[in-house]
Design a protein around this ligand. Sequence first.
Ligand code: CUA
Length: 162
Amino acid sequence: MERIRIHTYEKAFLILSAIMLVVFLAALGYAAFGMGFHLPSRSGEIRPSEVATTPPFDDPGVHETDDGLEAVIVARAWSFTPAEVRVPAGREVTLKVTSVDVVHGLHVEGTRINLMLLPGQVAELDYTFDEPGEHLMICHEYCGVGHQAMFGRVIVEEGSGS
Ligand code: CUA
């Protein structure tokens, strides 16, 4: 039987492709498991009409809980509640965000915080602000005529070191 001959260049590119696949998979695996990068998860469901009476969204703001520091934010056309979020630097904070009306987004400038806010779903993300400072948080999904006015601030204060 005749052996199948593969052209030298084709063979080289096949090998190169295989190596790239392995490298990209390794990079993805390292980012996900080594560095803890992951997509913000859908952590629960909530009735949009009952957001105001459902914990933790009945009390938006930054709170100390048994599970750590939590920043609860409610999005609506066209504002965030609270509009000003104060968190300490150097401490992990769990963002819990939902929308009461239409699809909004939440991006905190200068960070990788980028959430889709779907009515009926709770978006959750853990994040640690390393440096004190001020960040703009903006809605990045077009949500109606007031979209461009939908923003707030995240103020990162000098951490207590705890
Ligand atoms: Cu909310 Cu754009």
